[in-house]
Design a protein around this ligand. Structure first.
Ligand code: MOS
Length: 748
């Protein structure tokens, strides 16, 4: 096994290469793409949560200037329902097994029942208001409590990937022998992603080929999905995503509007654009499901955790068995020999829930980490020490070693930076004026997912020594293009400014959708592979060139640094890249790198670990909670760009605050309508809520997951943060709140 590669650019802080375009307004997002003869489409959503459209009247909309109105009565049928395109992980993509307007059935409030098209957006919007529909209504089930009695255990959840019932050891026996038991049920409100850029798709046909501009986390997935729905070859679907204004999982799947745009553009013979409004984002792009997680945690007299039962009950749609994977890291973080995990579902009238930042672990690790922390207090153990004592040295499911770990180092770094040794164990002992001060912590962990298919990138060295790197990925705010330039520069021996990166176009080589924190790992691997292939070609050309100072040398002797090939042991013997190409009359030299990820079942456990700490202040009269500071230490393998990495985690930790104290989508049970579907009423933290955040990275070498040892970071920064806050509130007040988000009224 070889250690992971490194170079002078990877790991350093570089500003985003698209930063200037973004802050000056030069960056063109999907809704802004200028298309000649563009028509604007506005979706009309159902006003009932369950039932059917009895009749629909579009005459007023047409009279008001709409050029066309599509309903289930005249929308061309899609070819495949469900579409055959598998998700990045293998099973059917959540939400894509149902396509609206194929008949008059209504499965969820806001389900598109009509698309109104006009020459201007304003006309389309006005005409959309004039569409009149009558419904047959059924009672809508949207909340857990409405469907609890009909809960079922499916065979599998999460794109059919994971059995709904799993176990190891014998939990009941462990529980019978335990000296201490903690049994607690945590309730999580539904959450919605709310990226700043609302989802949008524009489609323009040229003959039998359509160009789809889409705000997506996976251009290739968009291409495959649209092709399947339309019954045409992916060769005839060209997808472009120049800039994407945030996704967080809500742009990972191809929701109906993505395919409606090309269908309608084809019908009308002109380009069509559809932009969801903020309210439609709540119905049309998935959500984190409302859920309940019951944890039963038992330990022996030494505080060793001997058993964990983790049962989850959550709401899914009418057409998919979806649950986010809340049991995965929670079941493996500690070396618990007896484990019993179960997913049960309630069929609800919602769109299928989907990936949302830290999918699964963000909720699962709140439940587990609140329970572990409470148990530590119950038995009089230090919560940090208890976790260290129980941390799994190997993957407790398979018995395999971790590909890399770093958890203990994260705990050490974070406790030191937080000042944990100064803690006072007594509840409510620490005060600041009338504020009660509490300290808490939570473990962070997120699996390293690996896509099944090869990941590709194209590298092309031009005659002047500039390198062009192209890959069919997209930047939805992560800074991937910037890290690609760093990885390419190191692999090819070029400075940062000599690398040009092109992304956001399916004409570039295929990269899987950026989900599950796979992006940085798979793209860096593809780019690294392409550039090392290219450098090898260049070296081979030089050593075979009679006019090169390197002629006759062995390729192994030669390295590329700053655009110059030279003999490692004798750097004066050198040849510039541009000179090699020039003498050989080459305009360019190119390579397609194809990196095949290790199989998902390689004999290693693969989790990125971290540790989160928080200090809260609670007003005992008003129940107000302020988070004063957060400290996080993370071991995500190789950090590609320290500035971008910090920025990712800063967002994740603040989102943890938001999860703990603010975010929750409330449903009107009469019709299944999301009652707070706006940024006014869906609470999010503002600057004044944001605490001081201290972030550090523990570098661990991971030679297993990919060439650069990147384990992924986007999700990890959120996992465990909410638990740290809720545990801090318990230390301040003595109250363990198991309703998430915690609200003022829970503390009063
Ligand atoms: Mo990530 S929540 O899987 O986009």
């Amino acid at each position: 096994m070889t250690a992971t590669v490194s170079g002078p650019l990877v790991g350093r802080e570089f500003d985003r290469i698209d930063g200037r375009a973004k802050v000056t307004g030069g960056a063109q997002y999907t809704a802004e793409v200028p298309l000649h003869g563009l028509a604007h489409a506005v979706l009309v959503g159902a006003r009932v949560g369950s039932g059917a459209v009895r009749s629909i009247d579009t005459s007023a909309a047409l009279a008001a200037g709409a050029v066309a109105v599509f309903t289930h009565e005249n929308l061309p049928a899609v070819t495949t329902v469900p579409p055959v395109f598998p998700s990045a992980f293998g099973g059917p993509a959540p939400g894509q097994t149902f396509f609206p307007m194929q008949d008059n059935t209504i499965h969820y409030f806001g389900q598109p029942i009509a698309v109104v098209v006009a020459d201007t957006f304003e006309t389309a919007q006005h005409a959309a208001e004039l569409v009149e529909a009558d419904y047959d209504r059924n009672d809508a089930v949207v909340r857990l409590d409405d469907g609890r009695d009909a809960a079922y255990q499916p065979d599998r959840v999460f794109c059919d990937m994971v059995p709904a019932r799993q176990s190891r050891g014998d939990f009941d026996a462990a529980a019978a022998a335990a000296v201490h038991t903690l049994d607690a049920t945590y309730h999580f409100a539904a959450n919605h992603h709310n990226p700043i850029e609302c989802s949008a798709t524009a489609a323009a046909w040229d003959g039998d080929t359509v160009t789809v501009y889409d705000a997506t986390q996976g251009i290739t997935a968009t291409q495959q999905t649209v092709a399947a729905y339309l019954g045409i070859s992916p060769a005839n679907v060209h997808v472009v995503a120049n800039y994407v204004g945030g996704g967080f999982g809500g742009k990972a799947m191809m929701w109906p509007h993505v395919t409606l745009a090309p269908i309608i553009a084809r019908e009308l013979g002109r380009p069509v654009k559809v932009v969801l409004n903020r309210e439609q984002m709540f119905y049309g792009t998935g959500l984190r499901e409302e859920q309940e997680q019951r944890i039963t945690l038992v330990c022996n007299e030494d505080g060793i955790l001997t058993g964990l039962r983790h049962h989850k009950l959550s709401v899914t749609s009418q057409f998919d068995d979806w649950a986010e994977l809340s049991l995965e890291v929670a079941g493996k973080a500690y070396g618990i020999p007896n484990w019993d995990g179960q997913y049960r579902l309630v069929r609800g009238n919602t769109m299928t829930p989907t990936f949302m930042r830290g999918p699964g672990e963000t909720s699962g690790m709140v439940a587990l980490e609140c329970a572990v922390d409470e148990l530590a207090d119950d038995i009089g153990a230090d919560p940090v020490e208890l976790r260290l004592r129980n941390h799994a040295a190997i993957d407790p499911d398979s018995g395999n070693p971790w590909s890399s770990d770093g958890y203990a180092e994260c705990l050490r770094a974070a406790t030191e930076r937080f000042g944990w040794s100064e803690r006072d164990r007594r509840v409510g002992a620490r005060r600041d004026g009338h504020w009660l001060i509490g300290w808490g912590m939570g473990t962070a962990g997120y699996p390293v997912y690996l896509p099944g298919q090869p990941q590709r990138a194209h590298a092309r060295l031009l005659a002047d020594g500039m390198l062009v790197v192209q890959a069919g990925t997209q930047d939805f705010g992560t800074g991937v293009a910037t890290t690609m330039a760093q990885v390419a520069g190191d692999a090819m021996g070029l400075p940062f400014h000599r690398v040009h990166v092109d992304i956001g176009d399916t004409r570039y080589p295929n990269i899987a959708a950026a989900v599950g924190s796979m992006g940085a790992g798979i793209i860096s691997a593809a780019v690294h592979t392409a550039c090392t292939d290219l450098l090898a070609q260049l070296i081979s050309l030089a050593v075979g060139d009679p006019e090169s100072p390197l002629r006759g040398r062995s390729p192994d002797e030669i390295e590329g640094i700053e655009g110059v090939l030279r003999v490692r042991t004798d750097p004066a013997v050198a040849d510039e890249y541009a000179a090699v190409l020039g003498r050989n009359h080459l305009a360019d030299l190119e390579a397609i790198g194809s990196w095949r990820p290790p199989a998902q079942d390689i004999p290693y456990g693969k989790i990125s670990f971290g540790a989160q700490f928080a200090e809260v202040a609670v007003d005992p009269e008003l129940g107000m909670v302020r988070v004063r500071r957060m400290v996080g230490a993370f071991a995500p393998g190789r950090v590609l760009n320290a500035k971008l990495a910090r920025s990712q985690v800063l967002g994740g930790m603040n989102w943890g605050l938001s999860q703990a104290l603010m975010e929750g989508t409330l449903c009107d049970p009469r019709d299944g309508r999301w009652a707070n579907s706006s940024l006014l009423e869906y609470l999010l933290p503002v600057q004044a809520d944001a605490p001081e955040v201290d972030i550090s990275f523990v570098e661990v070498d991971d030679p297993v997951v990919n060439p650069l040892g990147v384990k992924g970071l986007g999700e990890l920064g959120m996992v465990g943060a909410a638990a740290a806050i809720l545990n801090a509130v318990r230390r301040a007040t003595g109250q363990q709140i198991r309703e998430i988000p915690l609200r003022i009224e829970h503390l009063l």
